[in-house]
Design a protein around this ligand. Structure first.
Ligand SMILES: CC(C)(COP(=O)(O)OP(=O)(O)OC[C@H]1O[C@@H](n2cnc3c(N)ncnc32)[C@H](O)[C@@H]1OP(=O)(O)O)[C@@H](O)C(=O)NCCC(=O)NCCS
Length: 162
């Protein structure tokens, strides 16, 4: 499997993987991804099986410590010198799951955040994935009052690097 960051050429494949991985109410749209790729393509970590995109992780950088729903839609809030690496999406195509692929991409995002001297990483997830992210060192801060998209109770989790 090959891992690299994104370009705008990856837009269709990214939107297709997202649509397979999330219900419509929770999935980011193709237009949202186009905007994200314009502002922070370097903060997408993509995994390919030959030339097929099978998994990705994405999220921008900000000085805001908490992840808000506004961030998903407003890619221009990305601040390359910010303290916190947000993680907005973690996706693996159903037929490729449980091989550690998402884990490799999360680790790549963590390694990049360390290299870039970030304070840490922040993500939100449903209850059933809290234990999964805890394995990487993320601590659960409980249900977020700043992210409720899709009508879901999202846990905010933070990995502090420094
Ligand atoms: C979550 C997801 C990205 C994991 O991708 P993956 O490549 O299979 O991840 P890994 O192989 O690194 O890890 C698999 C682990 O994920 C956890 N996991 C995945 N789905 C789970 C679920 N529904 N309930 C509980 N644990 C789950 C398990 O701990 C599993 O480990 P196990 O195989 O030892 O039980 C993938 O299932 C997915 O795309 N799901 C739909 C989108 C989603 O919910 N993304 C997360 C948003 S926070």
């Amino acid at each position: 499997m090959m891992i690299r960051t994104a370009t705008i050429e990856d837009l269709d494949a990214i939107a297709a993987v997202e649509a397979e991985c999330f219900p419509a109410a929770e999935a980011a749209s193709k237009d949202e991804f186009a905007d994200r790729l314009v502002h922070y393509a370097d903060y997408f970590w993509l995994m390919f099986d030959e030339d097929k995109l099978i998994a990705f992780v994405d999220g921008f950088v900000t000085n805001e410590p908490d992840l808000t729903d506004e961030m998903y839609a407003k890619a221009n809030m990305h601040n390359a010198s910010g303290r916190w690496q947000m993680i907005f999406g973690v996706n693996t195509l159903p037929s490729y799951r449980r091989h550690g692929y998402a884990g490799e991409l999360i680790q790549r995002a963590i390694d990049t955040a360390k290299e870039q001297n970030r304070a840490g990483l922040v993500l939100t997830c449903k209850d059933e994935l809290v234990c999964y992210y805890a394995k990487f060192g993320f601590m659960n801060e409980g249900h977020s009052d700043k992210s409720q998209h899709g009508g879901v109770a999202w846990n905010q989790m933070r990995l502090v690097l420094r």
